[in-house]
Structures are given as structure tokens and as C-alpha cells.
Write a protein that binds this ligand. Sequence first.
Ligand SMILES: [Mg+2]
Length: 94
Amino acid sequence: MNINKLAEQNYNWVERMGWHNKTTLEALALVASEVGEAINECRGEKPTAEFPEELADIVLRVLDIAHWQGIDMEKALKAKMLKNEQRGTRGRMK
Ligand SMILES: [Mg+2]
């Protein structure tokens, strides 16, 4: 499944649940809260079995914002990866 289709499917589910935020700032704050949850799953020697689910929460919240704002994430991701590749190391050591 294409990432934009996943974004649409997830957006529609969140909408049915009545959980959408009023502002992009609120929605971004929830991305940050999911990052916090993912951090908590990494406090031990190794990430816990719940770590993949928290990573999924982060991605789903980002995709939800993208769909809401009419952003083609497949296009945005490919464009950014190309831009990163063209920038090279920007002086950073490997
Ligand atoms: Mg979570």
C-alpha cells in the first residue's frame, strides 16, 4: 500500500473516532508525546517489545497531519531523500 493511502486510511479512522485536533500545533505536540513514549521504551539496555508500536504511533500521527494538510508524503519523502543525497556529508566526518 502506498504511504498516502495509509495516511488517508488512518486519517479517516481518526476522524470517525472524533479525535482530530483543531490546530497543526496541537497535532505536532501529540507527535512529540509519542516520541516521549518511544523514548520510555528505550530506557533499558535494549528497546522493549513495545518500541515498534511507539514508532508506528509517531509515523501515524505524522501521516495524519500530512493528509489533513494535503501533503503528498511519498513525493515529500522522495524529494527530501534526494536533497539529502545531493548535499553529501556537508563536511561531517563519517
Ligand atoms: Mg503511543
